[in-house]
Design a protein around this ligand. Structure first.
Ligand code: ZN
Length: 263
């Protein structure tokens, strides 16, 4: 499932191939993937327009043209494909942007979670994305602390909530809590200032490292993600990992490094 660093990689991919180029035509083989417009309206709105440098907010890609914007959410299985790399269209290519010169940038999404939206102005873009918190890679320390101090509930659920902060998903939150030695069910209102600051610092460190690796998961060193699929052992203490359900999601933790708040 795409996390913030993956979508940042898609943003760069989109910028590399489509920024500065104009839209010759938009083909939408499956009308249901465009959530707030008809394929015809999307084509009419984007045709002849030139893409600018795209933005990202959390897990959303916001591709402005010199007119309206195309918004993409990648759901579970979303991806971007460039025709020079993969010439043949695929049956899971849901939105096909035919650009000047004949190249195509394609939004592929097998399971069709997420989708595409059309926005004519920033207000429409905000409406399409829903009430999102600040981007997890861009949020300033002070805002992070202010927002966290207003929240109650289990750490995993709060950090996964896109209204608190946009961009953190299941893998990133497990990594963050393991790195900071906080149990996923620990209530955020019980965190002291040192723990809150460590959360912020570590979140930024993880995201920067992950983004710098172009979305590839770090496999070496002390990362939970490196051993998660194998189910352990803990890269820090060598003990067995535990799998629980928190915030409705499969959650990995080290019971030694992340003590249970209510044993
Ligand atoms: Zn451990």
């Amino acid at each position: 499932m795409p996390e913030l660093p993956d979508v940042e990689e898609y943003r760069r991919f989109f910028a590399r191939h489509a920024a500065g180029r104009s839209v010759r035509r938009v083909v939408v083989p499956d009308a249901t993937i465009v959530r707030n417009a008809t394929p015809r309206a999307l084509d009419r709105a984007l045709r002849g327009r030139t893409f600018e440098e795209p933005d990202r907010h959390g897990k959303w890609l916001v591709a402005w043209t010199d007119g309206p914007a195309l918004l993409l959410h990648f759901g579970m299985t979303g991806d971007l494909v460039w025709s020079a790399i993969e010439p043949e269209r695929h049956r899971h290519d849901r939105v096909i942007l035919e650009l000047d010169g004949g190249d195509e940038l394609r939004y592929r999404n097998m399971r069709k979670l997420g989708g595409a939206w059309l926005a004519h102005d920033p207000d429409e873009a905000v409406a399409a994305m829903g009430s999102l918190g600040p981007d997890a890679l861009a949020v300033k320390r002070r805002e992070f602390h202010e927002r966290l101090s207003r929240r109650r509930g289990q750490a995993k659920a709060v950090l996964m909530d896109q209204r608190f902060m946009a961009g953190l998903g299941n893998l990133l939150v497990d990594e963050l809590l393991w790195q900071t030695r906080i149990h996923p069910r620990r209530r955020v209102e019980t965190l002291d200032d040192t723990e809150r600051d460590r959360l912020y610092e570590t979140m930024r460190w993880i995201l920067r490292r992950w983004v710098a690796g172009y979305g590839r998961v770090p496999r070496r060193g002390e990362w939970l993600i490196a051993v998660r699929d194998a189910g352990g052992p803990c890269p820090r203490c060598g003990g067995p990992l535990a799998r629980i359900t928190a915030a409705g999601r499969t959650t990995w933790l080290c019971p030694t490094c992340q003590p249970d708040p209510a044993p």
